[in-house]
Design a binder for this molecule. Structure first.
Ligand SMILES: Nc1ncnc2c1ncn2[C@@H]1O[C@H](COP(=O)(O)OP(=O)(O)O)[C@@H](O)[C@H]1O
Ligand SMILES: [Mg+2]
Length: 339
């Protein structure tokens, strides 16, 4: 039943649009509305179409590990009755627009996000207190950055009131995962399964998709395949944001596109060519699993498909080596200049 007094609340913003949810209402507690009110050229219609392809592919090749894909409910047009019934539940000045209704990814609960605040804002009590009680920081999701290690492990803690920190999309880097005892290898395997599903099952380039760690959807009994950790509790890896994805052709051009998308995305995936032993190990875990998962999706019999997956891995490794060489040259140049 509609509860006209409950107001939609913004829980996320990106270049394509803003994400809204109704909290305090049982009916809509599990839905997220993505309004197409961002930059030009971004489309929730494409988001919807690409999202459906991923869900369809997951039905055919159910992921066996803690990978969750939000359900995709409906694409709403500005003239639809949906808006007539609900526009008044948005802040004044908002108008009807194209929108995508999907399942809301559950937020990381406060007792856990409080620990994350303690980790990131240690030594800055005013900031820490602010974030812990800030309503806008209630929608906490964690971005696993398996492809980035912070250079200065524990950056000098700032005590400035003006330091900024947000729990929306908190990046958790590989060195932090190690320190917190999180199982980065399992995350790498889940990401590899997701990428194989998107490339070969849904046949999309996975451009700009996001991965987040968050609680599993509330079902009884709770899913047995979730990640367990003392620090983060029971959680899953969710994928979201398909609006920049495009169909992927199963040929050389497709491989090139997939490789560009791999490196252009935020550093979710482990990357080859970092030069750090632990990171190379993690890349190997990702690579092995990606090849196995690709065979699972494409079928053992599809020789051409298998070759595509191997070619993509080789292409990514080549690009990794190239980037490492460039970095070394830059360092050599800096050292030379500083003498
Ligand atoms: N289904 C969802 N459930 C919970 N939070 C979401 C959901 N979809 C998006 N968000 C949050 O909103 C942010 C922006 O949404 P996104 O789809 O990435 O928009 P854009 O395409 O503009 O980048 C995401 O990074 C995430 O934090
Ligand atoms: Mg986004």
């Amino acid at each position: 039943m509609l509860k006209p007094n409950v107001q939609y609340r913004c829980i996320g913003k990106g270049f394509c649009g803003s994400i809204w949810t109704l909290e305090g209402s049982q009916d809509d507690v599990c839905t997220a509305i993505k309004r197409e009110d961002g930059g030009p050229g971004r489309s929730v219609t494409n988001d919807y179409n690409m999202h459906l392809r991923v869900l369809q592919s997951a039905l055919q090749h159910p992921p066996s590990i803690p990978l969750s894909i939000p359900q995709c409910h409906e694409l709403i047009q500005p003239t639809d009755a949906w808006w007539q019934l609900r526009l008044h539940q948005f802040p004044a000045g908002y108008s009807a627009c194209r929108a995508l209704i999907s399942e809301r990814i559950p937020k990381v609960p406060r007792p856990i996000s409080d620990k994350i605040v303690d980790l990131f804002c240690a030594g800055n009590a005013p900031l820490s207190d602010f974030v812990k009680s800030n309503v806008d920081d209630d929608a906490c999701l964690i971005r696993p950055y398996l492809g980035r290690r912070r250079r200065h492990r524990q950056e000098a803690t700032s005590t400035s009131r003006f330091q900024r920190f947000s729990l929306r999309n908190v990046p958790l880097h590989i060195d932090q995962m190690e320190a917190l005892g999180l199982d980065a290898s399992s995350y790498a395997e889940t990401m590899a399964d997701a990428l194989a599903l998107m490339h070969w099952g849904a046949r999309i380039d996975a451009n700009d998709v996001e991965f987040v760690l968050a609680p599993p959807r509330r079902v009884e009994p709770p899913p047995s395949s979730a990640f367990q950790s003392e620090y983060l509790g029971i959680h899953c890896m969710w994928i979201l944001d398909f609006d920049c994805c495009r169909p992927l052709s199963m040929d050389e051009a497709g491989i090139e596109k997939a490789c560009v998308a791999f490196f252009r995305n935020d550093p979710f995936y482990p990357r080859p060519g970092s030069g750090e032993a632990a990171d190379e190990e993690l890349w190997k875990v990702f690579k092995q699993r990606f090849l196995v998962a690709s065979r699972g999706v494409l079928g053992e019999v599809s020789e051409d498909g298998r070759i595509l997956a191997e070619k993509l891995v080789e292409r990514i490794e080549g690009e990794g080596r190239l980037r490492m060489r460039r970095r070394k040259e830059e360092w050599a140049c800096v050292e030379h200049l500083s003498y």
